[in-house]
Design a protein around this ligand. Structure first.
Ligand SMILES: Cc1ncc(C[n+]2csc(CCOP(=O)(O)OP(=O)(O)O)c2C)c(N)n1
Length: 222
């Protein structure tokens, strides 16, 4: 079986431990560094998850071992129903990350090009032996923490407002309007909807996986 670090893109599965990704991802980063294969790990954590103790351990270890990793913190204002201002003991999550000794930046997480540029810089740094970075991407939720979240912590009017000011797709359209015509963008939207529709229909129609596949990739043979 292929080792995760041999893949050009490997995905370590999501897990139920909030803030669990950074400590898993530094393992992948250590693998990439040890094998010298140019791999770069990225972990994704919320503002709530950024307060979890192992996130700090992972950040420190990544600095100490100069690991090729990008810690992405998606700061969307709430951890479940708890406001960032209440639960996060710093006004800048990026600054807290920087205090571990790595470059850290805050970007508008709804601005495609801002995220792209910050990511490119961080990945290049990691790949050239410059160690870890943090990107704090600020964005807002359109939905609750889960389907059925009553969202008593904000009003429907606030959400409606966010949809007009904070929609990454609308912002993308506006930022490329001079170079890509509205017709072409509409066609991209249509093709994307069709692709998703086809994928959903195929998934619904597909047979369930066989019971024998239950343990595939669950255990690794060393
Ligand atoms: C270690 C751990 N502690 C607590 C929980 C319960 N829990 C699930 S989601 C969540 C809040 C996460 O907040 P954030 O990272 O901001 O994610 P978001 O709410 O934006 O999805 C908590 C505390 C958990 N799953 N794991």
């Amino acid at each position: 079986s292929m080792h995760i670090a041999d893949l050009s893109v490997g995905m370590l599965g999501a897990n139920a431990i909030v803030g669990g990704a950074p400590s898993l991802a530094i393992g992948a980063a250590l693998t990439a560094k040890t094998l010298g294969n140019g791999g770069v790990a990225a972990s994704f954590t919320g503002d709530g998850g950024s307060n979890q103790g192992t996130v700090f351990e992972a950040m420190n270890m990544a600095v100490v071992l100069e690991l090729p990793i990008v810690f992405v913190i998606e700061n969307n204002g709430y951890g479940e129903a708890t406001g960032r201002d209440y639960a996060v003991g710093t006004t800048s999550i990026a600054q807290r990350s920087a205090s571990f000794g790595m470059p850290a930046t805050t970007v508008d997480g709804t601005d495609f090009f801002a995220v792209y540029d910050a990511t490119r810089e961080a990945v290049q740094r990691a790949r050239s032996g410059g160690g870890p970075s943090t990107i704090e991407a600020v964005a807002h939720r359109f939905h609750g923490h889960f389907e059925g979240d009553a969202q008593l912590y904000r009003t429907p009017e606030q959400v409606a407002e966010l949809r007009t000011t904070d929609d990454p797709l609308q912002k993308f359209r506006a930022s490329v309007a001079k170079t890509i015509g509205a017709d072409e963008l509409d066609e991209i939207d249509r093709a994307a909807r069709e692709l998703v529709g086809t994928a959903v229909a195929e998934a619904r129609a597909a047979a369930y996986p066989p019971v024998s596949s239950l343990l595939t990739d669950v255990y690794v043979a060393y």
